[in-house]
Design a protein around this ligand. Structure first.
Ligand SMILES: NC(=O)c1ccc[n+]([C@@H]2O[C@H](COP(=O)([O-])OP(=O)(O)OC[C@H]3O[C@@H](n4cnc5c(N)ncnc54)[C@H](OP(=O)(O)O)[C@@H]3O)[C@@H](O)[C@H]2O)c1
Length: 392
């Protein structure tokens, strides 16, 4: 992209990278990576308050949890806090603050989203589509102030919905339907982002199922894969609908960060979409189940044809013939949301990502190389209950 002269004389500081979603799993790991990478870059984090904590306290805990109090105090000099909400026009900032932020910002990483599968559609849309629209508006405002370099939009590979077969990074609208409001609204958001490729420098990153760090298993998020693992590890449930040979695409957070930042540092990634997926290094449900059975010393997982599972096993749980009320509740409320992820029948092609990341040696590890660490961290933290640095 041709560089235009920077018109930032009004501000004395170095330009900032605005990160949304930095209190979340992906966003915080990207922030840590960026802070570790050099000692001079500045960041602005768009953070909302929570019921329990002010944005300032949330930032303090986020940094102290990783770096300790002293280093966190040092690092926080390079991190500005912007209190706001992506689902509000101008993030809820007054015009002056919004323009000042736009004048200061030369890069944006948009990782904020609602990742809840069961949110009502309009609520999910407000955050995921509305939030993305406000980020695109903001990127346009930044561009007016000078040489805005790029917007890295974090999407999801599951915009593929109920498609089958090979899914290409170049494809989006293929007549698919969706398993939940998360997939649907992330699809709608990506569609919006693609419409702006012509006027803004944007890269779309599509991770698949993200789990903890490959070397330590560390995670702050216990979604999707962790739920079935937990009930299996506790000996509560071992029936899975589908075939052991079904491919399941899982990536550790360190690969996701390496890939996103690797792509973001290459201008050739602009105007393109990338699968941040395991792809040819994917495992299968059968292999993942074998590893879990071995690690948690549980009886092997039993696989059932999906129709039998839905008609007999799942229904017996739904009508309450399974005797334990808590197990019943867990399986119905959570299990049904995750069920489709055991029945998918597609492969994420990542040849676009390989074309850039292959040259710099960034590649997803195989499940065999790191699943033990994922399992052990889950046990050590009692499946997230004993996390020291939730940032909240
Ligand atoms: N985790 C995965 O397996 C996975 C896989 C594929 C793609 N992704 C994508 O990666 C991105 C990050 O996901 P994640 O797993 O890190 O989710 P997460 O842990 O739930 O974090 C979501 C982040 O978004 C923020 N956020 C939500 N609504 C907001 C709003 N209205 N205004 C400002 N901030 C808001 C949250 O802030 P609060 O702390 O205030 O709630 C939090 O920082 C998402 O775009 C998701 O679609 C994730």
């Amino acid at each position: 992209m041709p560089r235009t002269p920077r018109k930032r004389a009004a501000t004395e500081h170095a330009p900032v990278t605005l990160i949304t979603g930095a209190t979340g799993f992906l966003g915080r790991n990207l922030l840590y990576r960026l802070l570790d990478a050099d000692e001079s870059s500045r960041y602005a984090l768009l953070v909302r308050g929570s019921d329990r904590s002010s944005p300032r306290k949330r930032l303090q805990r986020l940094l102290a949890g990783r770096y300790g109090d002293e280093r966190a105090a040092e690092l926080s000099k390079r991190v500005d806090l912007v209190m706001g909400d992506v689902s509000w026009e101008h993030f809820g900032l007054d015009d002056r603050s919004y323009e000042a932020l736009a004048a200061d910002t030369y890069r944006v990483i948009h990782a904020a989203a609602s990742v809840a599968f069961a949110l009502p559609l309009e609520q999910a849309r407000t955050i995921n589509v509305g939030g993305t629209k406000h980020i695109l508006d903001f990127a346009a405002a930044c561009q007016k102030h000078g040489d805005f370099e790029r917007l890295d939009y974090i999407g999801t590979a599951f915009v593929a919905g109920d498609r089958k077969g090979t899914i290409l990074e170049t494809e989006l609208e293929c007549g698919q339907t969706f398993h939940n409001t998360y997939e649907q609204t992330k699809y709608e958001a990506e569609k919006l982002v693609r419409e702006h490729w012509k006027d803004l420098p944007i890269t779309i990153h599509r991770p698949s199922i993200v789990v903890g760090e490959s070397k330590t298993g560390k995670t702050s998020s216990f979604n999707v894969l962790y739920f079935p693992l937990k009930i299996y590890a506790r000996g509560l449930w071992r029936w899975i609908p589908g075939k052991p040979s079904t491919e399941v695409d899982i990536v550790p957070i360190d690969y996701v960060c390496d890939a996103i930042l690797g792509l973001a540092s290459n201008p050739k990634s602009l105007g393109r979409c990338f699968h941040v997926t395991a792809s040819d290094h994917s495992t299968t449900i059968g292999r993942a189940a074998e590893m879990a059975s071995h690690y948690f010393a549980q009886k092997p997982v039993r696989f059932f044809p999906p129709a039998f599972y839905m008609n007999v096993i799942h229904r017996s749980v739904v009508v309450g013939t399974v005797p334990f009320p808590r197990l019943h509740d867990t399986l119905i409320n959570k299990g049904s949301l995750y069920l489709p992820y055991f029945l998918m029948d597609f492969h994420f092609d990542d040849r676009e990502a390989r074309s850039i990341l292959g040259a710099v040696g960034i590649q997803a590890p195989k499940a065999e190389d790191y699943f033990a660490q994922i399992f052990q961290f889950a046990i050590d933290t009692d499946w997230g209950k004993k996390l020291p640095d939730r940032g909240d």
